[in-house]
Design a protein around this ligand. Structure first.
Ligand code: S3P
Length: 446
């Protein structure tokens, strides 16, 4: 059942908060834990619908996974190549990351797995992973059009692979590296454009034989297969892609100052902060520290007079999930904000470029788009009209972005379904309310 949410004009947001754990790191911690020898203890795991699907998938493949009363998760792995045959199809819900990375894991293990997903995931392209995973010797059938449901019969005698990424996708890179873990010899991925590197960092922490070198074609990451991984404690930092929402709200709501603590600041994830700084945003990074091979820090942000900029295509992979909320913020800047290199937005949880265009127009914001770019004309700080009901197309980030926009709009903004927010940011509305934001299920807003 759809759960509409509404955001109303708000000001004076204040306070300090922590956002839930990083989604990318959480999926990977559960998966590597499921492969490793010994017990991996995970602190701060994102307990969202997407990650719970990964937990269930790894349990179906034979890992033992328990949540303890102190909120830690304990994963006892099966050893590389040690997965067992799941009893039925494995449902990945809304999660592209879960499905694609798990596909890599099973591609070189002699099990047969049927991957299913919800209506949104069932429309997303899988050819980007089936192509390289077949090179390992996996037999893969998909629905016509290369989508889920997908059946993978993992290779019994896998061969190693060398693969150059045709799209800048950390999911594809990770699927290949994870498949390489159970192939003999060395598997390499060449990454012409850098994208998030959590898989590489975590594989190192789990003791994988992995190395990186810079080549004229891009970074080459090589993993030596068929070695064991050793269980390793993981502390999951706050998700910068979730921190983006309170941060954006504080920028556009008058008289606000908000601190988001303990945020992952891996340089492959900080494109939004860079772009907002370019736009004149007052965002201070304090207390930078190292935790488990990742950089984390606290972000303090105050209401800022913003101006339009061009966010270049080269920056897209480091802020790929943040364009919807950037577009919402850009609606309040002085002048035009241009975003380039957005082709991948067309194949996210929905066609995000189309959803943003449609929603911004409905809220009275001028917007132009092309196949892979978008321009948003800002109001120069004045409230935008708002007063619309936004179609979220089963996309959590579209829902949250328009709720943030609604906080600084003249008339309330409603999103037709806020239920999907739980795929990445459980407790979003409550956390925002604590800062003073008027976001609530439609009909309940004060
Ligand atoms: C992710 C990679 C990105 C991102 C997604 C999480 C990951 O997708 O959009 O939310 O954890 O590897 P692509 O790799 O397809 O760009």
């Amino acid at each position: 059942m759809a759960e509409p949410f509404m955001a109303k004009s708000s000001s004076g947001l204040s306070g300090a908060l922590r956002v839930p754990g990083d989604k990318s790191v959480s999926h990977r911690a559960v998966m590597l834990g499921a492969l490793a020898i010994g017990e991996t203890v995970i602190e701060g795991l994102l307990e969202s619908a997407d990650v719970i699907r990964t937990v269930q998938a790894m349990a179906a493949l034979g890992a033992r996974i328990e949540r303890h009363a102190d909120n830690t998760w304990h994963v006892t792995g099966c050893g590389v190549g040690g997965f067992s045959q799941p009893e039925g199809p494995v449902d990945f819900g809304n999660s592209g990351t879960g499905a694609r990375l798990a596909a890599g894991l099973v591609a070189t293990t002699p099990v047969k797995v049927i991957f299913t997903g919800d209506e949104s995931l069932s429309k997303r392209p899988m050819k980007r992973i089936t192509e390289p995973l077949r090179l390992f010797g996996a037999q893969i059938d998909t629905a016509p059009g290369g989508t889920l449901p997908m059946r993978i019969a993992g290779a019994r005698d896998a061969v190693p692979v060398e693969y150059t990424l045709p799209v800048p996708s950390a999911q594809v890179k990770s699927a290949v590296l994870l498949a390489g873990l159970n192939a003999p010899g060395e598997t390499s991925v060449i990454e012409p454009v850098a994208c998030r590197d959590h898989t590489e960092r975590m594989l190192k922490a789990f003791g994988a034989d992995i190395r990186e070198e810079n080549t004229p074609e891009g970074k080459r990451i090589t993993v030596r297969g068929q070695g064991e991984l050793a269980a390793c404690p993981v502390t999951v930092p706050g998700d910068p892609s979730s921190a983006a929402f309170p941060l954006a709200a504080a920028l556009i709501c008058p008289d606000s100052t908000v601190t988001v603590e303990n945020v992952l600041l891996n340089p492959t994830r900080t494109g939004l902060i860079e772009t907002l700084h370019d736009m004149g945003a007052e965002i201070r990074i304090t207390n930078p520290r190292n935790s488990g091979g990742e950089i984390i820090g606290d972000l303090t942000v105050s209401t800022s007079a913003l101006h339009g900029v061009t966010a270049p295509a080269a920056r897209a992979p480091s802020m790929i999930d943040e364009y919807p909320v950037l577009a919402a913020v850009a609606a309040f800047a002085r002048g035009v904000t241009r975003m380039e290199g957005l082709a991948e937005l067309r194949v996210k949880e929905c066609d995000r470029l189309a959803a943003m265009e449609e929603g911004l127009r409905a809220c009275g914001v001028r917007v132009r788009t092309g196949e892979d770019w978008m321009e948003v004309e800002g109001s120069g700080g004045a409230p935008v009209p708002g007063g619309a009901v936004i179609a979220t197309h089963m996309d959590h980030r579209i829902a949250m972005s328009f709720l943030v926009l609604g906080l600084a709009a003249r008339e309330p903004v409603t999103v037709d379904d806020g239920a999907m927010i739980a795929t990445s940011f459980p407790g979003f509305a409550t956390l925002m309310q604590r800062l003073g934001a008027r976001i609530a299920p439609a009909g309940e807003t004060a």
